[in-house]
Design a protein around this ligand. Structure first.
Ligand SMILES: [Fe+2]
Ligand SMILES: [Fe+2]
Ligand SMILES: [Fe+2]
Length: 448
């Protein structure tokens, strides 16, 4: 019996995993999402808000910056709040609003950079801004001032002064007062810097009502995959292509319906750890130097450690995280060999390579069938990938390629709509502009 038939997956686990993944984009921002969730919760407690609002604030805190797709943009937010901050707030809300358990969190995130401006912040571009968004805004600014400062108690006075000086202008006075009240307690600051907040947050409110069915897990991890792919036009829609290819291969290999859905989830998440890889490295067209390749080699390790946080994801984690292991033991990061690599992981490896070389990228067109076949066969010849899975793919080539293309077009559509709505120059536009760029030879190590 599969894990999914025994127990559902807790949404909180999944969100913690996502938030930790997004925080991997920069070491300087480590813990930022959790800190914001924690502070928002403490302010809400001080205001005696109802439990449902506290839950939504925690969820919003954990996800509030998912719309920041580049490191530059994230670092800029540490320093100050540029006017463009509204863009990532809108984009973040757009990314998650379609998933109904996160609908309220999306509403909070949408306006988390709107200044209070002596009451004008009750509205933004004609839309009502809820007090919860203002709480998130305040929590975000305090977390930015806190960082990972080991001497935090020595900084409290300065932080309180900074918030007080912005009372009314940037922060709603009632909220600033609530913060000034709670911030006299040392434990709050010590928690922010020293405590594993992922264990503290769910104790404050019960999240056991957030059990997700497998179909809901597919919906939520589809959002993960959009976030991973949207970091760079070079990887746009890659995860969607891998997920659908792997699901189809699993079906052809005789996996059960539940297992095929699990494969789709694993495909959505397989490159989650790529959030730790710098964008320049993801986008480099020349051969990677040793240091850059080290960065790439770490991505499946991160995927593995992140997915470990989710109870019930043991099999999915193996299928997702072993996609760069090779049958001959020359893969990474575990150097698994032969029979130690489960069939699901072998399928993922083939789906990943197939998608990477077939999909169009800004600097080159995808390979034609003949070329794809020869790449896969030579990798089989090297003892790298599974001959049976490759044979399955080659004998169903059109069907699988069609499945991949359709999934990628669908992802492209939803991504374009979301970005257009935020009126942001989008990655997809760049792809269209750059699509005439000539094909460059692949590196020895395929960038997949
Ligand atoms: Fe933000
Ligand atoms: Fe990968
Ligand atoms: Fe990949």
């Amino acid at each position: 019996m599969s894990e999914f038939e025994q127990n559902d997956v807790n949404m909180f686990d999944l969100l913690i995993c996502l938030t930790k993944a997004v925080d991997l984009i920069s070491h300087e921002l480590e813990n930022h999402h959790q800190q914001v969730a924690y502070l928002a919760l403490r302010i809400a407690e001080q205001l005696r808000l109802p439990v449902e609002q506290k839950k939504d604030l925690i969820l919003a805190g954990l996800l509030h910056d998912v719309g920041t797709i580049s490191l530059d943009e994230r670092l800029e937010l540490i320093e100050n709040e540029p006017l463009t901050a509204q863009n990532h707030a809108l984009r973040g809300a757009k990314l998650i609003e379609g998933f109904s358990p996160l609908h309220h969190a999306a509403d909070i995130i949408r306006f988390h950079h709107v200044p209070w401006n002596y009451g004008e912040g009750n509205f933004f571009q004609g839309n009502r801004v809820s007090q919860l968004s203002h709480i998130l805004h305040l929590a975000d600014r305090v977390a930015v001032l806190t960082g990972s400062n080991q001497n935090i108690l020595g900084k409290v006075k300065e932080i309180r002064k900074a918030i007080l000086s912005q009372k009314g202008r940037n922060f709603q006075p009632e909220l600033a007062d609530a913060f000034l009240e709670i911030s006299a307690q040392e434990y709050i600051w010590l928690d922010l810097v020293y405590s594993p907040l992922i264990y503290i947050l769910p104790k404050a409110v019960t999240f056991d009502t957030l059990e997700l069915s497998l179909d809901e897990v597919i919906g939520l991890t589809g959002i993960f995959s959009n976030i991973i792919d949207s970091r760079s036009p070079f990887t746009a829609y890659h995860s969607a292509g891998v997920a659908s290819t792997a699901e189809k291969l699993a079906e052809l290999a005789g996996f059960s319906e539940v297992e095929c859905k699990m494969m789709l989830v694993a495909g959505n998440l397989h490159d989650l750890g790529k959030l730790a890889v710098r964008r320049e490295v993801l986008e480099k067209q020349d051969r990677l130097n040793a240091e850059e390749f080290n960065e790439i080699r770490s991505h499946t390790f991160h995927t593995y450690r992140l997915l470990e946080l989710i109870k019930g994801f043991e099999t999915i984690n193996q299928w997702a995280s072993f996609h760069h292991e090779k049958l001959n033991g020359k893969g990474y990061p575990f150097h698994l060999k032969g029979a130690n690599i489960p069939l699901g992981s072998r399928i993922m490896a083939v789906a990943d390579i197939f998608t990477a070389i077939s999909e169009n990228r800004p600097y080159r067109q995808g390979m034609e069938q003949q070329e794809v076949v020869s790449v896969l066969q030579s990798m089989v010849g090297d003892g790298a990938i599974c001959p049976k899975v490759v044979a399955l793919l080659l004998s169903n080539y059109e069907l699988i390629d069609e499945t991949r293309k359709t999934a990628q077009q669908k992802a492209r559509y939803s991504f374009t709509v979301s970005l257009t709505e935020t009126r942001k120059k989008s990655a997809i536009l760049q792809i269209e502009e750059d699509s005439s760029v000539n094909f460059l030879p692949e590196d020895e190590e395929l960038k997949v």
